[in-house]
Design a protein around this ligand. Structure first.
Ligand code: PGA
Length: 255
């Protein structure tokens, strides 16, 4: 009932020419397939060239961050409206790397979520515990706080745009994946909090993606879990072949 979503988070990789090439490879292979929702998230500087490359396909475009204000004196930032103007329809918010290296707080991330919704961008709110938090038995507490704070005050009529990504920090770019059981346990826990935040009916419709070393070899098993509705792929999205293999695995799981 929830359509699988596979999103590629290219992080700070690919200049505009390289992005155009990778985006074109993905778009040409997938064409207008509609079994799986597929999104690519290049850096800001490559949004325009990637948008052109996927123009006649079903592949959608997302950004990796944005500022909550519409415009103003925020050197180095980009607003939701600017992203929309480049045909982005998704935006990754609160990624673990932004929380860690750029000290983004839950409150600031919440402002971004609300601003994205206001501009009708689909925010993908990232949550996840560090290794230390998991080992000290705090994983659930931390993720609960991030989900509640990140989704505070989401207007009921925009709740269907919200996407959540569970990305345990210890699994991001490390080659260590959460086991399907570990991931499912957390996804189910997150879904349990959604009725209060997004409404009872919406809680069952909201997609919760898994991220953290997802690759062709483990995608099927993860995506088969009841509450895992897609993947946010970093490393394995930088090559057309591996990203497309994950999309194929997702299509198989959804048949
Ligand atoms: P990874 O990154 O697939 O390289 O672990 C996932 C992410 O950070 O979104």
């Amino acid at each position: 009932m929830r359509k699988i979503l596979i999103a590629g988070n290219w992080k700070m990789n690919k200049n505009s020419a390289e992005a155009s090439e990778l985006a074109a490879e993905i778009a040409q292979t997938l064409g207008r397939q509609h079994e799986v929702d597929v999104v690519i998230c290049p850096p800001f500087t490559a949004l325009e060239s990637a948008a052109r490359a996927i123009e006649n396909s079903g592949v959608k475009l997302g950004a990796q961050n944005m500022h909550p204000e519409r415009s103003g004196a925020y050197t180095g930032e980009a607003s939701a409206e600017m992203l929309r103007h480049l045909f982005a329809t998704y935006v990754i918010l609160g990624h673990g790397e932004r929380r860690e290296y750029f000290k983004e707080s839950d409150e600031f991330i919440n402002q971004k979520v609300l601003a994205a919704l206001n501009s009708r961008l689909k925010p993908s709110l990232c949550v996840g515990e560090t290794l230390e938090e998991r080992e000290s038995g705090k994983a659930f507490e931390v993720v609960e706080r991030q989900v509640k704070a990140g989704l505070a005050n989401v207007p009921a009529d925009l709740a269907d745009l919200v996407i959540i990504a569970y990305e345990p920090v210890w699994a991001i770019g490390t080659g260590k994946t959460a086991t399907p059981d570990q991931a499912q346990e957390m996804h189910q826990f997150i879904r349990g909090h959604l009725p209060a935040l997004l409404g009872e009916a919406q809680a069952q419709r909201t997609r919760i993606l898994y991220g953290g070393s997802m690759k062709p070899a483990n995608a099927r098993e993860l995506l088969r879990q009841d509450d895992i509705d897609g993947g946010l792929i970093g490393g394995a999205s930088l090559e057309g072949r591996t990203f497309l293999q994950i999309v194929e695995a997702a299509a198989e799981v959804s048949r």
